[in-house]
Design a protein around this ligand. Structure first.
Ligand code: GLU
Length: 300
């Protein structure tokens, strides 16, 4: 196995990778804007990837609605939009490579077999020596054989969670769908992503992803995990409740709201300014560090 290199010597490439399971809520819009500003402030590229692998959760029309929302807001992505559903051979190849390295195995355990531990975390390794029942099989990754090196998140600071303690993640489900943990690693590597900016709910996943990057000899991007945006009462925003929808007001008003949420403090004399002027200011003055000691962002 080749030790992964860091990606820091390449031009910055950020990305926004929504799952088209509904309209963007304010939290996902904040992630889009933060990742965009972080890339553009460094004169870097910003890619858009639809994470539409979980066909049961994909809502027809949601991908187009997300594109429209981003477009109206003036978030301009580089190159064509990528759809994970059109990249299955890449994921198949990655699983074949992992299997050839002895780092992937077939697992016959069902949710019922596993009881309390869910299908991604805390798996006790039952099928590591071979499936205990007949198929259909999921494929799991031997996270224990690729320990994650501690890393420094640009916002959360030092992270030292051992992926093997989280268990072996599923990389292909029993129903044949490729899992998020695998696809995101394959795509970030294939697309040359150097900087991942996303919500801190994905921080535990990052440990599996770094473990998979080592296994696949993929570069390790830099990570910045944003504080989560909460409802005024403190509850996490969710797509399923469609809470605090992103579209209220004009595009410039929406951007102002997101910039304020991201603690960028746009100057009062820019209130009411046209959208391009607000973007110019935001790109020039982007400060990720303004979010460093912030525990959560309130949507009020
Ligand atoms: N598709 C994931 C989501 O919408 C984000 C994945 C990522 O940024 O790595 O929550």
């Amino acid at each position: 196995m080749v030790i992964a290199t860091t990606a820091t010597d390449k031009p910055r490439t950020g990305r926004f990778a929504p799952s088209p399971t509904g309209a963007l809520h304010l939290g996902s819009l904040a992630t889009a804007v933060a990742s965009y500003l972080d890339a553009r402030h460094a004169s870097g590229r910003w890619l858009l990837r639809m994470e539409d692998l979980d066909t049961a959760r994909v809502v027809p029309g949601a991908a187009d609605e997300i594109l429209r929302t981003l477009d109206v807001l003036g978030l301009a992505w580089d190159g064509p939009v990528t759809y994970q559903s059109q990249r299955l051979p890449l994921y198949q190849d990655a699983i074949a490579s992992l299997a050839a390295l002895g780092l992937a195995y077939a697992c016959s355990c069902t949710r019922r077999d596993l009881g309390a531990s869910d299908d991604a975390g805390g798996y006790p390794g039952t099928c590591r020596a071979g499936p205990t029942k007949s198929g259909p099989f999921a494929m799991r990754f031997r996270a224990d054989l690729c320990p994650v090196r501690p890393f420094v998140d640009r916002l959360q600071g030092p992270v030292d969670i051992d992926a093997s303690a989280l268990g072996d993640p599923i990389i292909r489900r029993r129903d044949g769908l490729h899992a998020y943990q695998l696809a995101v690693v394959v795509d970030d590597a294939d697309q040359g992503v150097t900087d991942v900016v996303r919500g801190s709910d994905l921080l535990p996943s990052t440990c599996w992803q770094r473990s998979l990057q080592r296994a696949l000899s993929a570069p390790e991007p830099e990570y910045a995990h944003l504080p989560l945006v909460c409802e005024p009462g403190g509850a996490k925003l969710s797509k399923s409740t469609r809470s605090v929808r992103a579209e209220a007001g004009t595009a410039a008003e929406q951007l102002w709201r997101v910039l304020t949420l991201l603690r960028q403090s746009p100057p009062p004399d820019l209130a009411g300014a046209p959208l391009p002027e607000l973007w110019d200011w935001a790109i020039g003055h982007w400060r990720l560090g303004a979010l460093r000691t912030v525990a959560s962002l309130s949507a009020d």
